[in-house]
Design a protein around this ligand. Structure first.
Ligand SMILES: Cc1cc2nc3c(=O)[nH]c(=O)nc-3n(C[C@H](O)[C@H](O)[C@H](O)COP(=O)(O)OP(=O)(O)OC[C@H]3O[C@@H](n4cnc5c(N)ncnc54)[C@H](O)[C@@H]3O)c2cc1C
Length: 283
């Protein structure tokens, strides 16, 4: 199908983007276009204007500073995959990136677009939740920062207002005690996940005496937003994987990919895999 007719404007500044969003209430921002164009083609959305933000300078950097990794909204998935800074200082994101679509999609799709779109089965929103990251937003009242748990509000719904532009995401940089785990199940590699899990923890102590602390588990594909599994986190911090699986209190719905019962079963399986990754790495 072809999209409904729309006007197109490429902007060079954030101010221009915000002003155009105020002027055209049904306008949409265009970043990599990998999700937006599909929704236009399927006529799920028919904005009168597309505001192309790819010409705005300063939104495509990756920086390690003051104990954090900051990633500009226009950084492409492929650029992030090749980044040594991300590999070294944001290893959970590095593990998740190859699971996003296929190479052609990762060449165009942006990290900002992925977080703003907030698909419940997407990898990066879950990573942001697991890492307790934050998002920078510029809107009509200037710049603000939103923490991940406050950002994801519901199904494809975020804290972004109609005139807001997401400009960067920030996550704590990994330390030598950091442990990360990532696993997902999809019908084929590159498909959106049926169920996935992004996790991080801190190794407390050394060798056989070490334990996991600050465990954070963020499941995706099992709810409207990425979901922390706090009871399972506590059990894993006690070193009890069976108890962690038993404590999973996810309540997924049936969808086109799997029934709720299958999703629950798969979530438990993924938790075992990810727990192994977290524990093996800590010795
Ligand atoms: C076949 C296929 C398979 C895919 N598989 C996966 C997958 O497995 N996992 C996954 O996570 N994704 C997948 N994607 C989506 C891909 O990751 C997209 O890159 C991402 O969802 C959106 O990024 P984008 O830059 O393309 O955004 P766009 O498509 O340009 O925009 C998406 C939405 O976000 C808004 N937006 C974009 N940037 C900003 C911003 N800076 N501030 C505010 N709003 C903004 C747009 O207005 C639009 O509403 C897939 C896509 C396709 C076509």
């Amino acid at each position: 199908m072809k999209p409904a007719p729309f006007a197109y404007k490429k902007v060079r500044t954030l101010e221009e983007a915000v002003a155009l969003l105020a002027e055209h209430k049904d306008a949409r921002l265009l970043a990599g276009g990998q999700s937006l164009i599909a929704t236009l083609n399927m006529r799920l959305s028919a904005p009168s204007l597309l505001i192309d933000i790819n010409g705005i300078g300063g939104l495509d950097g990756i920086a390690h500073k003051s104990g954090t990794v900051e990633i500009g909204a226009l950084v492409r998935h492929a650029q992030a995959e090749r980044s040594e800074t991300i590999a070294k200082h944001a290893p959970l994101i590095a593990r998740a990136l190859p699971h996003i679509g296929h190479a052609a999609i990762r060449n165009r799709g942006t990290l900002g677009g992925s977080i703003a779109f907030a698909d419940p089965a997407a990898e990066l929103p879950a990573c942001l939740m697991a890492l307790d990251g934050e998002v920078d937003v510029t809107g009509p009242k200037g710049k603000r920062t939103v923490e991940a748990p406050d950002f994801f509000k519901g199904l494809f719904e975020t804290a972004l207002g109609p005139q807001d532009v997401l400009t960067a995401i920030r996550v704590p940089a990994a330390s030598k005690d950091s442990r990360v785990g990532f696993a997902e199940l999809a019908r084929r590699h590159g498909d959106y996940a049926i169920v996935g899990l992004a996790a991080c923890a801190r190794a407390d102590g050394k060798g056989n005496n070490s334990r996991l602390a600050d465990v954070r588990l963020a499941f995706f594909g099992v709810g409207a937003t990425p979901l922390r599994a706090k009871k399972a986190e506590a059990a894993l911090a006690e070193g009890n994987v069976d108890a962690a699986v038993a404590a999973l209190d996810l309540d997924p719905q049936d969808d086109v990919q799997a029934t709720a019962a299958v999703k629950k079963h798969l979530a438990g399986m993924l938790l075992r895999r990810v727990a192994k990754q977290l524990m093996e790495a800590r010795a």
